[in-house]
Design a protein around this ligand. Structure first.
Ligand SMILES: *Cc1c(COP(=O)(O)O)cnc(C)c1O
Length: 344
């Protein structure tokens, strides 16, 4: 890996971050007259903890990392944007992504005027490490991978990911938004071996909290410090910090829901593969199925008519004819199956 100092944009490396009232004073006090807050309306009158310390301690415990290895943001999307802004000089440097995959990497690159180089997955949606490494050059600061991948649903080949981690001298981002649904272990356990690795996770999927907007990034403390330096001081609000602590306190609930989703995923995959459907259903390690229904756009519209919304992926590279179907409750999935029968 290149030195972190040589990867981070010089203006970011040299930046003196904004220092908020809550940053400058830590410790015990009974009278807070330092932040121009209204003295009434407790607890909402106070600015939230800019470093989200209590929440990070809980997440650290849960994930087996230290709190200073964690960045928390307004969804994973904030971490994606900050990574591009921290590392890539607009108009000069680039990122490499896989395709098809999550659209936000390219959008965040576009917003920042950073080139986004797309490398196709193989015919079975797997990672071609050599092609990804060949797409990178001296101006490539980061490679974005997503495993399990959206919208294909599969885990990327682990050996191919290791190859990229070992041979690329910039930052490797692995987006694990769907890791709780996967049979493969998280790369968070590998952080000690790869100083260039950053793993993204979220409360939006398995934890059932897309509305509160909490994304997590895990990496070496030096790398996390760069993100903390450029984030908005109060990027995670008090309501989110409190609700997240409550949710993360009940792993049993999350595990039960994941288990049920996995059972439904297997049931739905089997039924959709058989008559009367006989669709091609791609293997999934996530909470959705990519299903080749043939006339995807017509099917999508017919389903909408019946009040069932899925994601039409007909216009996505390598996904022609495909719908992406999120696994719902058993009742919801049955409604989908009945609607599909009537669309035939
Ligand atoms: C849903 C999803 C996310 C979640 O983003 P948030 O901003 O945390 O809600 C991240 N990455 C991928 C690939 C996703 O599909």
């Amino acid at each position: 890996m290149r030195e972190l100092k040589d990867l981070v944009r010089p203006n970011v490396w040299g930046l003196k971050p904004y220092s908020s009232a809550r940053d400058e004073f830590h410790g015990k006090a009974s009278v807070f007259l330092d932040a121009n807050e209204n003295p009434w309306n407790d607890p909402y009158n106070r600015y939230p903890d800019p470093r989200q310390w209590t929440l990070k301690q809980r997440i650290a415990e849960l994930k087996g990392v230290t709190p200073d290895s964690i960045f928390l943001g307004n969804g994973s999307d904030e971490a994606i944007d900050l990574l591009i802004r921290a590392f890539c000089e607009p108009g000069e440097e680039n990122i490499v992504v896989i395709a098809p995959s999550y659209g936000m990497y390219g959008v965040a690159a576009d917003v920042n005027n950073v080139e986004c180089r797309e490398v196709s997955l193989t015919a079975d949606f797997d990672l071609d490490a050599e092609a990804v490494l060949n797409a990178a050059d001296g101006r490539t600061k980061a490679i974005f991978l997503c495993s399990p991948n959206n919208p294909t649903g599969n885990n990327l080949d682990r050996e191919a990911i290791y190859t990229i981690l070992r041979h690329f001298d910039g930052i490797v981002v692995i987006d694990e938004a769907y890791i709780d649904f996967s049979a493969s272990p998280s790369f968070v356990g590998e952080l000690a071996d790869f100083p260039n690795l950053i793993v993204l996770q979220t409360l939006s999927k398995a934890w059932g909290a897309a509305a509160i907007r909490l994304g997590m990034a895990f990496a070496a403390p030096e790398l996390i410090a760069v993100l903390n330096k450029i984030k908005y001081p109060y990027n995670v609000n008090l309501l989110t910090q409190e609700k997240a602590l409550e949710l993360l306190g009940d792993t049993g609930r999350k595990d039960r829901q994941v288990k049920e989703i996995l059972a439904e995923r297997e049931r739905l995959a089997a039924l959709l593969s058989e008559p009367p459907f006989s669709y091609r259903v791609y293997p999934s390690d996530a909470n959705f199925l990519l299903v080749d229904v043939g006339r995807a756009t017509a099917m999508y519209e017919a389903l909408v008519e019946k009040g069932v919304v899925v994601r039409n992926r007909d216009n996505v590279r390598m996904c022609h004819g495909c719908l992406r179907v999120t696994i719902g409750t058993r009742e919801e999935n049955d409604i989908l199956l009945n609607a599909l029968k009537e669309c035939k």
